[in-house]
Design a protein around this ligand. Sequence first.
Ligand SMILES: *[C@@H]1O[C@H](CO)[C@@H](O)[C@H](O)[C@H]1NC(C)=O
Ligand SMILES: *[C@@H]1O[C@H](CO)[C@@H](O)[C@H](O)[C@H]1NC(C)=O
Ligand SMILES: *[C@@H]1O[C@H](CO)[C@@H](O)[C@H](O)[C@H]1NC(C)=O
Length: 247
Amino acid sequence: MVPLTLLPTLLALAATAVAQNTTTPLRYMPFGDSITEIICWRALLWDKLQATEWKDVNFVGSGKTENNCGNSKYDRDNEGHSGYLAINIANQNQLDGWLVKNPADVVTMHLGTNDIVQQNKPVADIIAAFTKLVGTMRAKNSKVKIVVAQIIPMGTGSFNTKIQDLNKQIPTWAAGLNKTESPIWIVDQYTGFSSSDLRDGVHPNASGDKKMVEKWFPALLTAFAAAKADQGVKAKVVGEVERRFVA
Ligand SMILES: *[C@@H]1O[C@H](CO)[C@@H](O)[C@H](O)[C@H]1NC(C)=O
Ligand SMILES: *[C@@H]1O[C@H](CO)[C@@H](O)[C@H](O)[C@H]1NC(C)=O
Ligand SMILES: *[C@@H]1O[C@H](CO)[C@@H](O)[C@H](O)[C@H]1NC(C)=O
């Protein structure tokens, strides 16, 4: 039998434990086309996160395909869909279902390549699709943190003129949609990336994967910190409720 005088102390300790355990691993969705799916930058990113406070971040998504990265440890889950257009994903409301299955606190989006390379879609239509996709992310999680890429160049053809047109519009577009509780950060994956960073004219090879990680990484550290801060608010509230109950 616990002496009554000890009871408040024990309850207070229980309250502390509850408050600490409301912090669950963050969920990160790598979202895009084959440049998110059949590549190895996700493996390199996971490895790089192991030396940080974000080593428990849970990569989420419906697929596990990659490019034979030779890394058996990393979390392969991703929402990269080879050959997909941003415009089609938006028009067919596909992201909606993907996020229902795999909710995310942080999303990276590298999209638009297939819209340009396969179907020569107008940049304005790609941007409109991006707007819808961001709306979907926020409808599923009003506090989602979003990192959008200015996409990598292609190795051949005249695609890069249009890719640069798209990339040029992304910062203004993102600034217009920015929200304090759901920020959008832009990552420039184009600058410094060359055709010798591509294995087949389209997808990064080892050198390209490394360059992409170096670009994603600082933006993701910022995004994870912002997502974690949201959990901090939640933990504090739970702690206060428990303390009030104890008092
Ligand atoms: C809190 O989580 C840690 C680590 O996941 C676990 O070891 C501990 O038992 C949990 N505490 C409570 C009170 O659930
Ligand atoms: C959005 O706001 C955040 C601050 O919350 C800022 O760091 C970021 O650069 C902004 N994004 C754009 C595209 O302006
Ligand atoms: C990447 O591929 C290109 C050819 O597409 C090649 O020139 C380059 O050496 C490759 N680099 C690495 C690190 O694999």
